[in-house]
Every structure is written in C-alpha cells, then in structure tokens.
Design a protein around this ligand. Structure first.
Ligand code: SF4
Ligand code: SF4
Length: 148
C-alpha cells in the first residue's frame, strides 16, 4: 500500500493553509527487501529513472515517486478534487504529516537518489570488481564491431 503519513479537521484546516501541499507531491510504495544481486540490480534500474528515489526506514525498503498529484493547485495549493479525493488522502493525518513530523526529516537508514549510488553500494555488498564482468562484455562487443 502506498505510504503516506497520517488530521483532525480544525487543526488540518489551519496547518494545511500554511503548507504548499507537501503530502501531494510524492508517494512511496513498499518493496520486497532485496536479497541477491538481481534484486539490487532491479533497484539500480528503478533509480536510473528520473524522479525516483529509494529509501530504507525501520529495515523496510520503499520506492519513492517524486511526482505531484495532478489535482494539487500551484496557485493556492488546494486540492481540486477534495470531495472526491481518494481514500489515502482522506486518511492522512496532520499530526504526523510531512509538514511537522520528525519522520520526514529524511532521517532514513539509507536513501538512494541515483543508480550510481546504488552501484557504489553494490560494490561494497558484492565486491569492488562486481561490475567488471559487465565492462568486459562491453569491451568484447566493441572489439567484435571493430573487426567487422
Ligand atoms: S503536508 Fe500536512 S499540512 Fe501540508 S497539506 Fe499535507 S496534511 Fe496539510
Ligand atoms: S487528490 Fe487532492 S488531497 Fe489527494 S493527493 Fe491529489 S491534491 Fe492531494
């Protein structure tokens, strides 16, 4: 299930009017904990995509999609679909939301923002020469092309 922290009505109204809609600018989905090379390499692939980050919190891995909801207005930061907003938005609580919660201080156990970072992590995990095999294949292909 998508990860959003959790509003009491009066408090929500006050706090949300001072906020630019932080909670409507991303969503995070849980991932299976990576166990082997293929799992980490899949995560490396996720991270090759624009506006994707991966974070680990309390041992759980999440794929973070940094992409604004189409209904969030950039003029007044209000929801353009408020009465029909999805369940996840309805269950969101300002007591622990992005605007005030310490949980959102980016105090993750790990936070990857690019595939290069994951490559470095994979080198630590699987050995510094772990990508050499892929480099060798690349060189062999170049040689074959040059011979043609
Ligand atoms: S992050 Fe919190 S204060 Fe900001 S819009 Fe969302 S619920 Fe309201
Ligand atoms: S539907 Fe409304 S409350 Fe939900 S994420 Fe989009 S702008 Fe935010």
């Amino acid at each position: 299930m998508a990860k959003k922290k959790n509003t009491t009505s009066g408090y929500k109204k006050t706090l949300c009017t001072k906020c630019t809609g932080l909670c409507c600018r991303y969503f995070a989905l849980p991932l299976d904990t990576p166990e082997d090379w293929d799992d980490y390499d899949d995560i490396r692939w996720y991270l090759a995509h624009k506006d994707i980050t991966i974070f680990v919190e309390d041992g759980d891995w999440y794929l973070n999609v940094i992409n604004k909801c189409r209904y969030l207005s950039e003029k007044d930061y209000k929801c353009g679909k408020y009465d029909l907003r999805p369940r996840i938005c309805r269950g969101y609580e300002t007591e622990t939301c992005d605007h005030i919660s310490d949980d959102y201080d980016y105090d993750y156990e790990m936070n990857f923002t690019s595939d290069m970072q994951m490559e470095e992590y994979m080198k630590i995990k699987f050995g510094p020469k772990v990508f050499d095999k892929l480099e060798k294949k690349k060189k062999t292909r170049k040689k074959k092309k040059a011979k043609k």
